[in-house]
Design a binder for this molecule. Sequence first.
Ligand code: R2B
Ligand code: URA
Length: 307
Amino acid sequence: MSSDEELDEYPDGTVRLRNPNIELMDQDILYHLALGSESHDLISMFGDIKFVCMGGTPKRMEQFAYYIMEQIGHKLPAGTTLLDISQYSYRYCMYKVGPVLSISHGMGIPSVGILLHEVIKLMYHARVRDPIFFRIGTCGGIGLEGGTVVISEDAVDGMLQPFLELPVLGKLIRRPAKLDKKLCRELRALAQPDDPYETVTGRTMCTYDFYEGQGRLDGAFCDFNENDKMEYLNKIHKSGVVNIEMESLSFAALTHHAGVKSAVICVTLMDRLKGDQVLAPKEVLDEWQQRPCTLVSRYIKRYLSMK
Ligand code: R2B
Ligand code: URA
């Protein structure tokens, strides 16, 4: 085991925090989740969590919670509905379905980063062992038609750098954006030959902006032309990038730093080599967005059936 790995987990698999301050605090308030280590019994509320599934919007993650409930046959007490545990944070939503947490992360690296700090601490306080984190999302494809499922092998920023760079105390720190290679392969193996769409693996580019940052010509501002755009997209495609989205870098870097296994599964909304706008009708987009959920559900069901 490398010294890097040694720091990540306690021998029993519980998540180790790389922050000595937390244990010394009387209480830890997970402000953006509307939870606290003293105000809530986090071990009894979350101690049985195995899978943490995150996606951008509160509605989609509520739907995912109901979907996974049906898929794993989880029963709620008669007459009750799922509760948004983080409702009163007014920031993120969170639903618990047996061993699965379904949480919205908002848009972009800052939003998913704040959430990951608090969810990783939540796993620590709740003494959860070996959790697996999934991001279920949308993206633009590069050379892939709309509706294609992409499982990220690794993540790079808009300069093709494979790490998250963050100014801390006036210095830039770098954290490698690594995803679990085995988990990526296992997910790919769960794609079925009769799925009416392709499921591929590849490098994901993560940007700080949807418009100029992703080389779109249709933002409020644009200081480049179609040729410049195509030259850039072709260059990143050649270096292995198959899709572009806005959270994978932070998701990969922070889960890796915490020693948590993770994967990013996104559906493409269009082929960026062919256009910039999201043109597909709402019903089509809804059906496409179900595809990464289906793959993650297959993984969770397989895991639970092997227990
Ligand atoms: C995918 O979709 C969002 C932008 O539309 C962003 O959160 C992302 O990564
Ligand atoms: N999300 C992104 O970040 N980019 C796209 O092109 C589509 C969805």
